[in-house]
Write a protein that binds this ligand. Structure first.
Ligand code: ZN
Length: 307
């Protein structure tokens, strides 16, 4: 009843006034397109084919196209023709182009090829997907989610209260946990864990990077996933020893903050088609955050005293 009345008011307002704002913006919104270059080097064709077939990039792009009214087009280019010095997935400063170099996909596939031969599969990760190709597709979806986080922040000039890299990782968790499931977070954790092993000892450059150190990102990915559904994930992630017990009590509230944070950040830019669904998601996330803060308050003395 209430929402119908609000809708009528909006339509009436539109008929007599200039009809600016959300309606027009949604009509002229930018589109995300994913383009695979036709001249990819033979050595990078297998990994590129895995990503292309999986359609993981198109899934992320599709969600943004459906949900957000971007001010500008966003071209996602899987190509060797990248700006100087680019060796991994990057977002241009204006947020209008994301480059995904095929050699970067080959590198991911190679690292994950080592993982499946040398690392014991976490029981939570499905056996049928524990192969280099599926892990490559799922972890690339998470990494692309990170780049999409940058693109959204830059195109929409979102307010950041911390480092942009943290917010980009946060968007990857927010999008994949809500829209895809646990696969991308788990695959990204598996990939980054191996990358951290290969990086070896922490360096001054690693510690001073605008990204958290690699191993820390693994625990952040797992923390958000666990916090999104502790009943489901506490056993396989914390009980099984992948996410330390010292971190786990913070994760439900951390996830609730992230989820509410991104819905709220995107709310002014929802597409017209998404507005009702997005408003509801933001409201639910608000209630969830309040509930998690109350639950956290009850446990804080125990948590601080180490249980
Ligand atoms: Zn980044």
């Amino acid at each position: 009843m209430r929402s119908a009345f609000t809708g009528a008011l909006l339509i009436a307002g539109c008929a007599v006034a200039s009809c600016g704002g959300d309606g027009n913006r949604a009509d002229v919104s930018g589109r995300v397109t994913v383009v695979y270059d036709s001249t990819i080097k033979p050595k990078d064709r297998p990994a590129t084919a895995v990503i292309r077939k999986s359609r993981v990039l198109e899934q992320v792009a599709g969600w943004v196209n459906q949900s957000v009214a971007l001010p500008h087009d966003l071209a996602v280019r899987v190509t060797d023709k990248v700006p100087p010095g680019v060796t991994d997935a990057v977002t241009q400063p204006d947020g209008r182009t994301i480059f995904v170099p095929p050699a970067f996909l080959t590198q991911i596939q190679g690292v994950l090829g080592t993982v499946v031969k040398t690392v014991e599969r976490p029981a939570l990760f499905p056996e049928a997907s524990f192969n280099a190709d599926d892990l490559t597709a799922l972890s690339t979806q998470f990494i692309f989610g990170h780049e999409m986080g940058h693109a959204l922040q830059r195109q929409l000039l979102l307010r950041n209260l911390g480092l942009e890299e943290d917010a980009a990782d946060g968007f990857a968790s927010f999008y994949t946990v809500n829209e895809v499931g646990p696969g991308p977070s788990l695959a990204a954790a598996i990939l980054f864990d191996e990358l951290a092993r290969e990086e070896g000892k922490l360096t001054l450059e690693g510690l001073s990077s605008d990204h958290p150190v690699t191993q820390q990102r693994v625990f952040n990915f797992l923390c958000y996933l666990e916090g999104s559904a502790p009943k489901k994930f506490y056993g396989p992630l914390v009980g099984a020893g992948y996410l330390p017990k010292t971190r786990a009590p913070l994760c439900p509230q951390a996830w609730a903050m992230l989820d509410y944070g991104w819905w709220t950040q995107l709310k002014p830019y929802y597409s017209r088609a998404f507005k009702e669904q997005g408003d509801e998601a933001q409201e639910n996330a608000h209630h969830q955050l309040i509930a998690e803060m109350k639950a956290f308050e009850k446990e804080i003395d125990k948590i601080r005293s180490g249980q």
